[in-house]
Design a protein around this ligand. Structure first.
Ligand code: SAJ
Length: 407
């Protein structure tokens, strides 16, 4: 039996995939409300195709609990926040989970960490905790780091089709872990050592952050000299070895906007491009604010309450607001005392989290003269005609209407 610890954005889909592919699974989370919701047969977040897998897993006998189970295989998928001052990973939730596992696990158990951790986290923080308790790693307990790679919005497909990395100390355990993931994963599964697995995960997300920063910097350069950045990127990407990503209002989510900081924090003086990229991407919400101000002036809109931000989540078609560029922008506006006036709407955010938040698209549109597309949810793409006639700032390049302003 596999005990999956942490039933959030990564742990839950992983537990469901394992269970629906014939593995006996208990999913554990300390959040009673979340466990009760799952037990009552309700899924806890919106994700394409996840509900179907949820019911398949329930039919296959998956169980949910607040307690850790006594078994021989654990998958840890708890959050790994970062310390905003030191920029280093804070592995406290992983460590707490490991301690709890040690209280119940059987001898020879394999503990697989899926949470993203910076290089050497296992050596510096995880191994000592296990050894201090008198366990010998490699006979009493086996460790593995199998970082997740799935993208919110396409998780179920990617769980099945992405390749994976399994970091282990011991090749035999590597094969065992590989066999477990092969139950649902059709992609190639590479077995390597733990530090390489830790570094690879951070490197992948950092690559994407740097590429997006390049696109964002190009957007600023093109804006300053009146060139069309989207047309330029489109043409440049026709080159067989060029693939520039898209400019946007900033980089959010709990991964790409966080993981590069681990390298900046752990390798001071060495992570220079990485730091520059982080600064560029973190500066984008302020760049959008400047664009809003300029466009308001150009269109004689003096009242901020006539402006509406479409989208609060960090990207399209998800309900996740972690590190969202819109929230970063609202925080920045608050510093300039303009918050509370601008209107905001997001179909995925049902509860009230800020002032002037709308829950109905038509009412939101009726009450504004200018719309800022911060997130390109399908809802907006399907209703583009409804914003015709408004002043439009499209930070995602999805609106083809006449006279649209872009980044
Ligand atoms: N963004 C842009 N321009 C782009 C692409 C993205 O501005 O061209 C923005 C998005 O709007 C969003 C942010 O970047 O605010 C990040 O979104 P994303 O879709 O690029 O990535 P995440 O954070 O949802 O998922 C990433 C993925 N990593 C890579 O693609 C290398 C995913 O595979 C990882 O599993 C995930 O991080 C994770 O959990 O680490």
């Amino acid at each position: 039996m596999v005990n999956v610890i942490g039933l959030g954005y990564i742990g839950l889909p992983t537990a469901l995939m394992l269970a629906s592919h014939g593995i006996e699974v208990v999913g554990t989370d300390y959040n009673k409300e979340l466990v009760d919701t799952l037990k009552a047969g309700e899924i806890t977040f919106d994700e394409k195709g996840l509900e179907k897998v949820f019911f398949q897993a329930i039919d296959a006998g998956i169980e949910f609990s607040e307690s850790y189970m006594s078994t021989d295989t654990y998958i840890i998928a708890v959050p790994t926040p970062y310390d905003k001052n030191t920029k280093k990973v804070n592995a406290c939730y992983v460590i707490d989970a490991i301690k709890s596992v040690l209280e119940v696990c059987s001898k020879g158990a394999v503990i697989i960490i899926e949470s993203t951790i910076s290089p050497s986290t296992v050596d510096k923080y995880v191994r000592p905790v296990i050894e201090e308790r008198g366990y010998v790693i490699g006979s009493d307990i086996y460790l593995s780091h199998a970082p997740e790679r799935i993208i919110p919005g396409n998780m179920v497909y990617e769980l099945k089709h992405n390749s994976r990395t399994i970091g282990v100390d011991d090749k035999i355990i590597g094969e065992k872990v590989k066999k477990l993931y092969s139950s649902f994963c059709e992609g190639e599964i590479v077995v390597t050592d733990i530090r390489t697995a830790e570094m690879t995960k951070v490197v992948e997300n950092t690559f994407r952050d740097i590429n997006i920063a390049y696109a964002n910097e190009l957007a600023k350069i093109c804006r300053s000299d009146n060139m069309d950045v989207y047309e330029i990127i489109r043409i440049a990407n026709m080159h067989p070895r060029v693939n520039i990503l898209s400019p946007g209002p900033g980089v959010g989510g709990h991964c790409i906007s966080v993981d590069p900081w681990f390298l900046v924090g752990d390798y001071p003086g060495l992570a220079n491009i990485i730091l520059a990229a982080r600064k560029i991407n973190d500066g984008m919400p302020d760049f959008v604010l400047d664009r809003i101000n300029a466009i308001m002036k150009e269109n004689d809109i003096s009242d901020v309450s006539k402006v509406g931000l479409y989208g609060l989540t960090y990207k399209e078609n998800v309900d996740d607001m972690r590190e969202s560029p819109t929230i970063q922008m609202l925080t920045s506006m608050e510093r300039h005392l303009a918050n509370g006036l601008i209107k905001v709407y997001d179909p995925y955010i049902k509860r009230d989290i800020i002032k002037n938040q709308y829950h109905n698209f038509d009412e939101f549109i009726d009450d504004i003269d200018m719309i800022v597309i911060m997130v390109a949810h399908d809802e907006l793409k399907e209703n583009m005609c409804k914003i015709e006639g408004k002043v439009i700032l499209d930070t995602r390049n999805v609106c083809q209407l006449e006279g649209v302003y872009r980044l």
